[in-house]
Design a protein around this ligand. Structure first.
Ligand code: ATP
Ligand code: MG
Length: 289
């Protein structure tokens, strides 16, 4: 998997309508994609084990998307098999009243992965420059009025960039995915959720309301992604009309990012290996008594 293909080019002004959301890179069958996904998951398991033992770096994986783009399914399939102790998933919903009593990064900070772990954000601080902007929710946030001006989005991009740089410089690697589906594919998936009894629970009338804002969302995503696409915290646009391809692409990009960290099991120094030897001798003697 060449992750560069999906990486937003630095400095590029993004145009989401130009992306082919049903692209599948020559992989023509679900079966083949599933086999390759399995291989990637196996690699992730090995790398995670080292990441955990090394206890220096952590990985933060952010998922953003329109409704029904497949965030939940991607998280489920790509992360399956990882050690649950080394993984933490957080879904961000409308902020609670306690959360609104703090700055928007407060709840994000509280959910960051510990060293050695993989943190997954299902939605994230990016909602603060997406849904909040599209629906002008800034009015209901409790920040002082004098900060609720036209500059606020630019200021927030800067705050987010500074925050992610801080994370990077302290050992948290951030990778950001936008699961990109077409408006047509969203309609298909909504209809499926309505027609299929086992999927009814996933459907909410609010999703239809939100769909009306599709074009505004695309514009807002384009601006936010362009403004926050940094070398230390890159954005990847994943063609997601074919779920199986999106899962494969995401897994490949995560494996590449983890490989770059070159995680290794800690090397024992002399006194530690002496200690282990002593413990071994002690245990062996125990049998002889
Ligand atoms: P699903 O695929 O299950 O629908 P979801 O992520 O859309 O997953 P929901 O419970 O449907 O989950 O929706 C969560 C809602 O919370 C989204 O509409 C999202 O835009 C909203 N939300 C998240 N963060 C914020 C925020 N900071 N301010 C306002 N709304 C937010
Ligand atoms: Mg939803």
């Amino acid at each position: 998997m060449n992750s560069e293909k999906f990486r937003v080019k630095p400095g590029l002004k993004l145009n989401l309508s130009k992306f082919n959301t049903s692209f599948s890179e020559g992989i023509d069958s679900k079966k083949k994609a599933k086999t390759l996904l399995k291989k990637n998951v196996k690699k992730m398991i090995e790398l995670q084990s080292k990441l955990y033992a090394q206890d220096n770096y952590s990985l933060l994986i952010i998922f953003q998307a329109m409704d029904a783009a497949g965030k939940d399914g991607t998280i489920k399939h790509v992360m399956s098999g990882l050690n649950p102790q080394g993984t933490q998933v957080t879904s961000f919903k409308q902020p609670s009243s306690t959360e609104l009593d703090h700055g928007y990064l407060w709840r994000i900070n509280n959910a960051l992965p510990e060293r050695g772990r993989i943190g997954i954000f299902n939605r994230s601080h990016y909602e603060e420059v997406l849904v909040v902007r599209v629906h002008d929710l800034i009015q209901s946030e409790k920040i002082p009025n004098r900060f609720k001006n036209k500059q606020i989005w630019k200021q927030r991009y800067k705050q987010i960039n500074d925050f992610e740089k801080y994370l990077y410089e302290n050992g948290t690697i951030v990778i950001k995915f936008f699961l990109h589906i077409s408006k047509e594919e969203q309609k298909k998936r909504f209809l499926e959720r309505i027609d299929n009894a086992s999927k009814n629970w996933k459907f909410s009338l609010a999703d239809i309301e939100e769909r009306k804002y599709w074009d505004e969302y695309m514009k807002t995503y384009e601006e936010a992604i362009t403004a926050t696409n940094k070398k230390h915290a890159p954005w990847f646009i994943i063609p997601s009309d074919k779920k199986w391809f999106a899962r494969l692409a995401v897994s490949g990009i995560i494996v590449e990012a983890m490989k770059k960290l070159k995680p290794e099991y800690p090397v024992m120094n002399k006194s530690r290996s002496d200690e282990l030897l002593k413990a071994k001798q002690f245990l062996q003697k125990e049998n002889q008594i």
